[in-house]
Design a protein around this ligand. Structure first.
Ligand code: SF4
Length: 462
């Protein structure tokens, strides 16, 4: 019985779990109001990312490209950034924030985006847009290192460090850096905080990505985090970054630079981690955890008790996707008496080996468990073909054919989910998320029992 942390030995990637760094920076940028990210690279660096956002949320998002072509690789392409900024400001009078997001190509050719921003601030913005508030923010996300996860982390830190401004008085709020979550998660987090009567600045706030279709026609979705929200992060009574790898750097920055106390993690997936999250909120704010939340917790435990011992116990699970989410899911599965036998982390972040949650798993699991870093979906498929017995897969839609071709039931979680309806609407965090996950895992297993005629009669008598 052991839990091993391994690095994928094979070179190359077959069916990647993640996309590249600029995608993460783009996700952070669409969480800001009056912001359009300008991606300095080929059109595909935006087009395919935007497509994923639209497929996942079934909404439209605004992102721009400097649209590099072959000549740029030889002669440089800073003039495309200059033109891009000018066109965005002309075309969109409301735009105030333009992050300039680099890509593999523009980092390799060495375009000096930081120098260009100084030039544009002193030139174009003064001469042509003197009456506009415009912030140009270079964000370096070369895609030959990291993944969309580190790209998100870098961008969140760059936005926060650009805007955060210390004032004499604390604003009485906590900063909540949610990480790469869904609108349903934000709704649940806000509900927990509101029950505790805690005022929070929810950063890179994407609840509105579940957008209404209003009588005046469709519209483009954007986040709700304002420039003022970002500026006031320096005056908060504390920061909670729910995810170590998606926002942790920004929380550390606010602590180091402005002495704002920082609590990083745990991702509040499952009862145990939600309890810790609420205790952390209490610690920072002094607010009590009300009876209403004790009741919500009790409802979640009751739902779990109905399922765990009878249907979930002993079920072998493979999990892949965003690292904080995946680790949180693995912890929750263990609490539900399940066995997350294979955990795939899709990039090679050197910090995984120092992650205390992984150390805890290594110390405590009583079954054979593999945690593979820099993994791809072939790591999952190969193991199944070689005989790994699985009862369930938890992951994004990229792995759907592993599930379909190998007859292993799969619950879609993480990003992107484009082959199931409305998943972005439901939380995986908080007590509501604990209920949704336990019930959806059970329902997925139930459908599989019926489809395979495997003890399906049990479902009629419990
Ligand atoms: S790998 Fe490079 S070229 Fe491809 S989408 Fe990412 S940044 Fe663009």
């Amino acid at each position: 019985m052991s839990c091993e942390l391994k690095i994928k030995e094979r070179t190359g990637v077959i069916n990647p779990i993640f996309t590249c760094q600029p995608a993460g920076a783009q996700y952070a940028s669409i969480g800001i109001k009056d912001c359009i990210g300008l991606v300095h690279g080929g059109q595909g660096c935006v087009m395919f990312v935007r497509l994923l956002f639209s497929q996942h949320f079934k909404e439209s998002f605004e992102l721009a490209s400097t649209s590099l072509h072959e000549d740029a690789a030889v002669f440089g392409a800073l003039h495309r950034v200059e033109q891009g900024v000018d066109v965005l400001l002309m075309r969109y009078p409301h735009v105030k924030v333009i992050p300039i997001i680099t890509t593999c190509a523009t980092e390799v050719i060495g375009d000096d985006v930081d120098g260009l921003v100084l030039k544009l601030n002193a030139g174009l913005l003064k001469e042509k847009y003197a009456d506009r508030e415009v912030h140009l923010i270079p964000i370096h996300t070369p895609s030959f290192v990291g993944s969309m996860i580190s790209g998100y982390d870098v961008a969140v830190k760059d936005f926060v460090s650009y805007f955060a401004k210390k004032e004499d008085k604390a604003n009485g709020k906590i900063n909540l850096i949610t990480g790469w979550v869904n609108p349903g998660d934000v709704t649940e987090l806000k509900s927990l905080l509101s029950e505790m009567q805690v005022d929070a600045t929810v950063l890179f706030e994407i609840e509105t990505f579940d957008s209404p279709l209003m009588p005046d026609g469709n519209h483009v979705s954007h986040g709700e985090t304002t420039i003022e929200d970002l500026q006031s992060t320096a005056n908060a009574i504390g920061t909670i970054a729910l995810n170590r790898y998606e926002g942790g750097k920004a929380a550390e920055f606010l602590h180091n630079e402005f002495d704002v106390p920082a609590i990083i993690g745990p991702t509040p997936i499952g009862i145990r981690n939600t309890d810790i999250f609420l205790q952390n909120v209490k610690k920072l704010t002094g607010k009590a955890i009300p009876e209403s939340l004790v009741r919500k917790r009790g409802i979640a435990i009751d739902a779990i008790a109905d399922l765990s011992h009878m249907f979930l116990a002993g079920k072998k699970v493979a999990i892949y996707g965003n690292p904080d989410l995946v680790i949180g899911l693995a912890q929750y599965c263990i609490d539900l008496e399940m066995q997350p036998v294979l955990v795939l982390l899709g990039d090679d972040n050197a910090n995984y080996k120092n992650d205390p949650r992984i150390a805890e798993l290594k110390a405590n699991v009583d079954f054979d468990m593999e945690i593979v870093t820099n993994a791809d979906l072939w790591d999952l498929e190969r193991r199944i073909k070689e005989g790994l017995q699985l009862d369930l897969i938890l992951g994004n839609s990229k792995g759907r054919f592993v599930s379909i071709d190998n007859n292993v039931p799969m619950l879609r979680v993480s990003f992107p989910v484009y082959d199931r309806a409305g998943h972005y609407r439901y939380p995986v965090v908080g007590y509501a998320g604990a209920i949704w996950l336990a019930e959806e895992m059970a329902n997925t297993i139930f459908s599989d029992m019926e489809y395979k005629h495997h003890k399906e009669w049990v479902l009629g008598v419990w």
